[in-house]
Structures are given as structure tokens and as C-alpha cells.
Ligand binder design. Structure first.
Ligand code: SF4
Length: 293
């Protein structure tokens, strides 16, 4: 499920000034189409057909190009324009399996397809940890963050059998506790400064159900929107600086004119799934999706 990739890759590379994570972006040209083969999909608004895990998508061409790349949205493959492996695809293809192509070496396919989603999780942790290390207000835990980053990087270099044997859930839990602490250190000063300002602070919290919420122009600075369901919410012109958006579901969220400049723990996939326009302010290193106005 190669995202906006091939054609847009050059644009993405050149537009990411100030990007602290240049190695954590999909490089589809260095990957054996793993997202298009390894992952399962059920027919839905995001993916036009059913596809089992390990079954190559019918649109995947030889040499791992997408046969419908230029018409993905029109043909019902919107999810393919949203997905981002965060560099896990090229890591598995080129490092874990040393460039061994699963079509040329079919005996490796099953294991490669099983390793890929685990690597995707590890790369997601690298993404967040690298970002957390840029937070000046989280200096007090930089040593712990660095240690977790090094350990996660070590895990990504393991051999296939070792990766399949990892307790990823336990590792994620440890990293998540650190990320939560980093988030609090970033957001606390913002929230303190808002005390006494009536109507400013909303008790949204983790996993909040904000589907379709009307939050146009809302002051969401420093808000805890971890895992929040913001599907189709109206966040036009909202101020989301320093808001924690880790895992928030932004499908069809209207971000036209919103300010996400210093929001934290955002991913390109979240942005790709939302609506926006030229006025939407994004953090450094993010690209404006081609389907935005
Ligand atoms: S439609 Fe194209 S991008 Fe999407 S999974 Fe199939 S081959 Fe990959």
C-alpha cells in the first residue's frame, strides 16, 4: 500500500526542512512492496477489496510498483494514500533480509511478511522517541529517552527469528510510559498558563469520543488528545499547538486553517487521513497531502 509515494517522493524529500527524522519515512523504491502484500484489508471505504495478510494485492506489479497509483482515491483505495510505514519497509527489505526479494526467493516471503508489522511498530516508537528528544521542556528525561531510542534501534537490527520472538507489547508499554511523561512536561506549562481562563480547558483526555465534534476555532493548546476519536470533527481554525495527538484518529477531520505547528506526536499518516488546506499550519518535516485544497 505504497502511499502518495513514487511520484511525490522527491517533493517529500525536498520539502522536509527541519525534519528531525529523515530516516523514518517510506522509501518505496527500496522496499519489496511489503505493505501491499503483508497486511490484511477488509473491503471498506478505505480499501476496495478484501485481501488476506500475506496475499499480494492484485494491483501490485512486478518490481513492486502499484498499477493504479495515479487513480487510488478514485478507485476506492484511499487508505493506500494515507498509509506510512515510517521506513519499516526498506528496513525489512534491505537490512533484515539483506535485499532478498520475496518473489525471487518465495521461501522467505512468509517470514518477511510476519516481520514487517513488527518492524512497523518499532519504527513508530523510533518516530515518537526521536521527536521527544527534541522537547527542551523534557530535558529531565532525555537520558531515559535516549536509552529507549538506542534499545529500539538495536531491536530493529535483529535477525528475523529474533524479531519474531520479541515481546513488542512489553517494549511498547515501557516506551509509552516515557512518552506520556514527555507529553506532560511539554503540556503542563501551557495548561498552567491557561488556568482561570473560562471555557479554555476542556477535559478531553485520552481516547475521548469527539466524533463529529464542533470545535471550530477552539483553543486546544496543550490538550491531551491521545487516542481521541476526532473522525469528521470540525477543527477549522482550531489552535492545536502543543496538543498531544498520539494515536488520535483524524480520518476526515476538518483541519482547514488549523494550527498544528507545535503539536506533538503527530504522524504523516494522520495528516494524510484528514482534510486541510493551504492555511493549515503543520509541524516541520510534514508534507501537505496532494488531495488537500
Ligand atoms: S492498490 Fe496499489 S498501493 Fe494499494 S495495496 Fe494495492 S498495490 Fe499497494
Amino acid at each position: 500500500m505504497m502511499s502518495e509515494h513514487d511520484n511525490d517522493l522527491e517533493y517529500v524529500k525536498t520539502s522536509r526542512s527541519g525534519d528531525p527524522r529523515p530516516d523514518l519515512h517510506a522509501d518505496c523504491g527500496s522496499c519489496f512492496g511489503l505493505c501491499c502484500a503483508a497486511l490484511p484489508f477488509a473491503a471498506s471505504a478505505d480499501f476496495a477489496i478484501d485481501k488476506a495478510a500475506g496475499e499480494p494485492c492484485a494491483n501490485l506489479q512486478p518490481y513492486y510498483r502499484c498499477g493504479v497509483h495515479n487513480s487510488l482515491r478514485e478507485l476506492g483505495f484511499r487508505g493506500c494514500t494515507v498509509y506510512d510505514c515510517l521506513g519499516a519497509g526498506q528496513q525489512v527489505s534491505r537490512v533484515t533480509f539483506g535485499g532478498q526479494d520475496w518473489r525471487q526467493a518465495p521461501h522467505s516471503a512468509k517470514q518477511m511478511f510476519e516481520v514487517f508489522p513488527i518492524m512497523r511498530q518499532l519504527h513508530e516508537l523510533l518516530w515518537y522517541l526521536t521527536e521527544a528528544l527534541t522537547f527542551q521542556s523534557a530535558r529531565s528525561i532525555h537520558d531515559d529517552l535516549s536509552e529507549a531510542l538506542e534499545e529500539t534501534e538495536r531491536l530493529t537490527r535483529l535477525d528475523p527469528d529474533s524479531i519474531l520472538g520479541l515481546d513488542v507489547a512489553a517494549h511498547r508499554a515501557g516506551v509509552n510510559a516515557l512518552l506520556l511523561r514527555a507529553s506532560e512536561l511539554v503540556r503542563s506549562p501551557v495548561l498552567r498558563s491557561q488556568k482561570g481562563a473560562p471555557g479554555r480547558r476542556k477535559p478531553y483526555g485520552r481516547g475521548a469520543d469527539l466524533i463529529g465534534a464542533k470545535l471550530r476555532g477552539a483553543d486546544l493548546r496543550g490538550a491531551n488528545l491521545r487516542g481521541a476519536y476526532l473522525i469528521a470533527a470540525d477543527l477549522r481554525e482550531a489552535d492545536m499547538r502543543m496538543a498531544d495527538l498520539i494515536g488520535a484518529d483524524l480520518r476526515d477531520t476538518d483541519l482547514r486553517g488549523a494550527n498544528l505547528t507545535d503539536s506533538i506526536f503527530l504522524t504523516q499518516a494522520q495528516i494524510n487521513s484528514a482534510k486541510g488546506d493551504v492555511r493549515t499550519k503543520l509541524p516541520p518535516g510534514f508534507s501537505r497531502p496532494g488531495h488537500w485544497l
